[in-house]
Design a protein around this ligand. Structure first.
Ligand SMILES: [Zn+2]
Length: 156
């Protein structure tokens, strides 16, 4: 993978910051995650982790475990595109936490070509799967107001 231009880093960091703000919509207590899908410099979808439409806005069960039917931010953003007239083909996904393996499968099948994420999820098998599928994965490391891109290579 090539280098990222300064202009692209600026755009990427702004969209990631927007995804961080969008995560505040989540009513999940354990972790709030936000995602945006951008294509041709337009935001075509957004998502945050939560229960499906029509379910109560509570993500955790009585033991404070996340309910099995909670959708991750990426899954909500991708399925929102499915209801629209847009296409996620060749789009970029911005997500505040690196995708899990289940969301990574959806990202691959949705034709998304770039994934930019903030912090690392505890499991990294999702990112590894994306790399195997040839999707460009960028970890934007935040230090105060400064973002530094780290392009993930296949063998990480
Ligand atoms: Zn996920």
């Amino acid at each position: 993978m090539g280098n990222i231009t300064d202009k692209q880093i600026t755009l990427d960091s702004r969209y990631l910051r927007m995804a961080q703000i969008w995560a505040e919509n989540s009513y999940c207590r354990r972790r709030q995650v936000g995602a945006l899908i951008v294509k041709d410099k337009m935001i075509i979808s957004d998502g945050y982790n939560g229960t499906p439409v029509g379910f109560e806005n509570i993500c955790e069960d009585d033991d404070d475990h996340t309910k099995a039917y909670v959708l991750h931010a990426e899954a909500n953003a991708i399925t929102k595109v499915a209801q629209s007239n847009n296409s996620s083909l060749d789009a970029t996904l911005y997500v505040t936490t690196s995708p899990c393996i289940e969301c990574s499968k959806l990202i691959i099948q949705a034709g998304i070509k770039r994934v930019v994420f903030g912090e690392y999820y505890r499991m990294t098998d999702g990112v590894q799967l994306l790399c195997r599928a040839g999707i460009e994965c960028i970890h934007l490391v935040q230090n105060g107001d400064t973002f530094t891109p780290h392009i993930i290579s296949r063998d990480e």
